[in-house]
Design a protein around this ligand. Structure first.
Ligand code: FES
Ligand code: FES
Length: 154
């Protein structure tokens, strides 16, 4: 049975009628038309669907709507704008990271949460913080460079 959910996404309030078990990813993409979080595995194993829930990097494919009542959700589009990009968004462009681009949402959202907690991580801390994310195009070295570049802007 559906219920009415009020979601705060990127500072705006949205209303969604959905099953409480609906993954947040489906609500964002299919109900609210937000295309940044991607469906990859649907099993919390690739990270393509990552958003922030109250500032924490969260895999939205396995997060039911019932778990985000009253929470503040941020997507990649809420991190920055083309005019005022988040340092990671700027660094990904400068380092020319994306190839197909499918995975990039997850890497940036996860790294953004990491840099918020630890603005100047070591290489090892970056690798550990981003472990579990998948990129089939093999952009990993460029990603590490971009995260370091973003950290140097802080
Ligand atoms: S789609 Fe959510 S972790 Fe892969
Ligand atoms: S850039 Fe293609 S999967 Fe990562």
């Amino acid at each position: 049975m559906t219920q009415k959910f009020t979601l705060n996404v990127n500072g705006k309030t949205h209303s969604v009628d959905a099953d409480p078990d609906m993954p947040l990813l489906y609500a964002l993409r299919d109900e609210l038309g937000m295309s940044n979080p991607h469906f990859g595995c649907g099993l919390a194993q690739c990270g393509a669907c990552t958003v922030h829930v109250n500032g924490q990097a969260t895999r939205s494919c396995v997060t039911p709507l019932s778990a985000v009542k009253g929470a503040k959700v941020t997507t990649l589009a809420g991190l920055g704008t083309p005019e005022h990009p988040h340092p990671l968004q700027a660094a990904y462009v400068e380092e020319q990271v994306p190839q197909c681009g499918y995975c990039i949402n997850g890497w940036i959202m996860t790294a953004a949460a990491l840099l918020k907690e630890n603005p100047h991580p070591t290489d090892e801390q970056i690798r550990k913080g981003l472990s579990g994310l998948k990129c089939r195009c093999g952009t990993h070295m460029a990603i590490i460079r971009a995260v370091k570049r973003a950290a140097s802007m802080a």
